[in-house]
Design a protein around this ligand. Structure first.
Ligand SMILES: [Zn+2]
Length: 314
């Protein structure tokens, strides 16, 4: 057995060496590309805020109803919120006698058509639910009180839905027992069925939103099952995703312009390396529930904590 193993590993080694030799240029080019990217990542991670994070727009879905130019403008506005706070902060340097002057600070973010970080605006069931509720005159805000008022809205709608559904089923059973309906009655019943389906869609949108709030509240609130087809996926308004060689921000949902700016600011904060803070009004709070797009003291403290390690490494 040992000899066989030895033979197998030796032949595999020969194959690898041969393959490696014949493709050496490609392998060298690929590895230097990845090494370059990884070095870039390490530099950014170890010396945060020292170089601007360059970004570009990736996926852009027009169903959000804003132009790509407006979206870029909103990203720039969100980035400048962090930039201003960073430039305003005095960067005292422990262990050194000199303070770095604010004018030497580079911006934290910079737009570039070939930027490293991709920012996507992705339309799916989340924004669809939000748009549906907007049509019903319901503006979504996160947080417990919004959850409670939406729950009572949901209960009213479900009660009405069940009454309409029972009435529809009674009629269908009646006409079936008589061997079928007249064309006029059939048309009326079909209309009722369509209304019932539309009603179920609205209820499902509320359920999607309720579950999203429940998810972010992460507490004892109830998760609801949708009527008909399920959309019970995890809900995030946005997320920052970092891999060994790439970074991206995906934005999925917002109900107001301020909420969009806040979610952009929040994810840009994560891109800088910031964690969540405990102030419920802060941009870096885990739930997007504040009313203002300005940073709170807790946000600025977190920014300074993350960025000032730069000064220590200089
Ligand atoms: Zn977050």
């Amino acid at each position: 057995m040992k000899v066989v193993k030895y033979l197998i590993s030796t032949s595999l080694l020969v194959v690898f060496i041969y393959f490696g030799y014949t493709n050496r240029n490609q392998i060298l080019a690929t590895s230097s590309k990845y090494l370059g990217q990884i070095t870039q990542q390490i530099t950014k991670q170890e010396i945060p805020c020292s170089q601007p994070i360059t970004y570009k727009i990736g996926i852009f879905d027009q169903r959000f109803g804003i132009s790509q130019k407006d979206f870029l403008f909103d990203i720039e506005k969100s980035a400048s919120t962090w930039d201003s706070a960073w430039k305003m902060s005095s960067s005292t340097n422990p262990g050194s006698s000199s303070n770095s002057t604010n004018s030497t600070k580079k911006p934290l973010f910079e737009y570039s058509p070939t930027g490293d970080m991709v920012i996507n605006l992705i339309y799916d069931y989340r924004q669809q639910a939000t748009d549906k509720l907007t049509q019903l005159g319901i503006t979504i805000e996160n947080g417990r009180s919004s959850y409670d008022s939406l729950t009572s809205e949901y209960k009213t709608m479900v009660t009405q839905y069940n009454i309409d559904k029972a009435s529809y089923e009674t009629q269908v059973n009646y006409w079936n027992s008589r061997g079928g309906a007249t064309p006029k009655v059939f048309a009326e019943i079909t209309q009722q069925k369509n209304l019932l389906n539309a009603h179920a869609d609205s209820i499902n949108s509320i359920i999607t939103t309720l579950n999203s709030i429940a998810n972010s509240l992460n507490s004892s609130v109830q998760n609801y099952n949708s009527i008909g087809s399920s959309t019970g996926q995890e809900f995030n308004e946005g997320e920052y995703v970092q891999t060994a060689t790439s970074t991206k921000i995906d934005i999925y949902q917002y109900s107001t312009h301020t909420a969009l700016i806040r979610v952009l600011e929040h994810e840009l904060g994560h891109a800088l390396g910031m964690e969540h803070v405990s102030d419920p009004q802060a941009i870096m709070y885990r739930i997007n529930q504040g009313k203002s797009d300005s940073l709170t003291k807790a946000d600025i403290a977190e920014l300074n904590k993350v960025c000032h390690s730069t000064q220590n490494l200089k």
